[in-house]
Ligand binder design. Structure first.
Ligand code: HEM
Length: 478
């Protein structure tokens, strides 16, 4: 669907979704010492939503910050919001006073992902789930996946490397991160289940950002049906494991084996399915967008590419010209490549802000944040603040030779809801880059600038590119 239409749908939907409760809640408040932050709430109902979408959202937030400072109010997508663009304020909301704020998502998204997924919760249920998810995505667990991720990366690269065909890099990266997501959730999954999951997941993906109407035939209603089938497939997989009494250590295994205080199964099949689908969802477009940006940044900077190649070729040679598989230790010792990943995360800001909602009236630095208002920590503005990252528009991986100041670099969020998949995402990127630069070359086709929102920012048209095997690759056997 055309991007403009999608945007209008999203705006209309979110406006209706959020405006009713916010109108209801706006009773006259008693006099208070603290005042609302500076800023503008725009027009009734619409607020500043049209202004936000009439320009690059980053320009909208940057110009507001310039005018009002690091804390300002606005009214977007049907919600009165307080926007926070300082590291201290982001930490206040996400870490030190996280109990005063709750995660908030449109109901239609919650329904699509699954209401029991950990994103939507706080308190005991969230902590319990978080431990399970974090455990199965921890370095101790994912170190065992290196060889399998390598196989996925090599097979993906081989499939693109025709030299003639123009590949949509972002779409291909989505397939890759889907496969890695499936691996971390299900371990080695039977092909028939993988295919069924892929097919239905694609439908959910298509409907997720469409106008949420349940009329038959719409992308949204098809996505809801596909979402139901996904739950059924996960249930079938669970039943298969229960019958065979399989005790696996992947995410599904951890969720299935969790027990309450009385030793009973802690999670229902629906709760497990919601969390599995939630993790798949969180893993795919995020990692794929960053990988696409990395390929662009490396392509645009031949010197940097040469330096990354030199680092990776040394590992390749140490592995007997690629005959031995990469080891976990090697993936932990790719300093330049790692810095390129960090700088790509900073530059691209694929998650430029997050949403929370104040659950009580809150006072922060003399400003009043009313209960029910949305609060947006703006990661992007912090990542592009010259005070923390000098010459912020410049891609400079060497800036990460020194650790950033505390709370100034949050590509994976911060606090209790920060990304439990960050180590897996980085491992996947390191492995892909290793094989890409040691054996392949690529060239971007067509216009090389511009951003598209899918909904995360990606290079325009998904970075169309041609890939081919490098003739004098160190891999070539005599
Ligand atoms: C480069 C890739 C990724 C980026 C930039 C990213 C970023 C983020 C961010 C910023 C959050 C916090 C959102 C908030 O506080 O509102 C988050 C949460 C989350 N991410 Fe990631 N993520 C990535 C990859 C992954 C992967 C690979 C997985 C799983 C395999 C994953 C699973 C999750 C989950 C489950 C949450 C919710 C945690 C909670 O609510 O407790 N992410 N991610």
């Amino acid at each position: 669907m055309d991007t403009v239409c999608t945007l209008i749908y999203v705006i209309l939907f979110l406006t209706t979704l959020f405006s009713y409760p916010s109108i209801k809640k706006q009773k006259k408040k008693p006099e208070r010492a603290a005042e609302l932050p500076p800023g503008s709430l725009g027009w009734p109902f619409i607020g500043e939503t049209l202004l936000l979408y009439s320009q690059d959202p980053n320009v909208f937030f940057a110009s507001k910050q310039k005018r009002y400072g690091e804390i300002f109010k606005t009214h977007i997508l049907g919600c009165p919001c307080v926007v926070l663009a300082s590291p201290e304020a982001a930490r206040f909301v996400l870490v030190t006073h996280a109990n005063l704020f709750k995660p908030t998502y449109p109901k239609s998204k919650e329904r699509m992902i699954g209401p029991s997924a950990l994103f939507f919760h706080q308190g005991d249920y969230h902590s319990k789930l978080r431990k399970l998810v974090q455990g199965s995505l921890s370095p101790e667990t994912i170190r065992k996946l290196v060889t399998n991720i390598e196989a996925i990366a090599i097979s993906a690269l081989e499939s693109w490397a025709d030299g003639q065909v123009v590949v949509n890099t972002f779409h291909e990266m989505k397939k890759l991160s889907f496969d890695v997501g499936i691996l971390s959730i299900f371990g080695q999954l039977e092909g028939k289940y993988r295919e069924k999951l892929k097919e239905n997941y694609c439908m959910v993906d298509k409907g997720y950002n469409s106008f949420p109407t349940n009329l038959p035939g719409t992308a949204y209603s098809k996505a809801l049906l596909a979402r139901k089938r996904l739950s059924e497939i996960v249930s079938e997989i669970i039943c298969g494991r229960e019958e065979k009494k399989l005790l696996q250590k992947d995410l599904l295994g951890c969720l299935m084996n969790s027990r309450d205080e009385r030793g009973k199964t802690a999670l229902t099949k629906d709760q497990i399915a919601d969390n599995i689908i939630g993790v798949l969802f969180a893993a795919q477009d995020t990692t794929a967008s960053v990988l696409t940006w990395i390929l662009k940044y490396l392509h645009d900077d031949p010197k940097l590419l040469e330096a990354v190649k030199a680092e990776q070729n040394a590992i390749y040679e140490a592995n007997d010209g690629g005959k031995k598989p990469l080891t976990w230790a090697q993936t932990r010792n790719m300093p330049l490549t790692y810095r390129v990943i960090l700088e790509s995360l900073r530059m691209a800001n694929i998650i430029s802000f997050t949403f929370r909602e104040a659950v009580v009236d809150v006072e922060y630095k003399g400003y009043f944040i009313p209960k029910g208002w949305k609060v947006l920590p703006l990661f992007r503005n912090i990542h592009h603040n010259p005070e923390y990252f000098p010459d912020p528009q410049k891609f400079d991986a060497s800036r990460f030779e020194v650790s950033p100041k505390p709370n100034t670099f949050m590509p994976f969020g911060n606090g209790g809801h920060s990304c439990p998949g960050n180590e897996l995402a980085k491992l996947e990127m390191l492995i892909l880059i290793h094989h890409l630069v040691t054996k392949f070359r690529w060239e971007v086709v067509g216009s090389q600038s511009g951003i598209q929102y899918c909904p995360f920012p990606v290079p325009k048209y998904g970075l169309p590119a041609k890939f081919w095997k490098e003739l004098n690759s160190p891999k070539q056997d005599p």
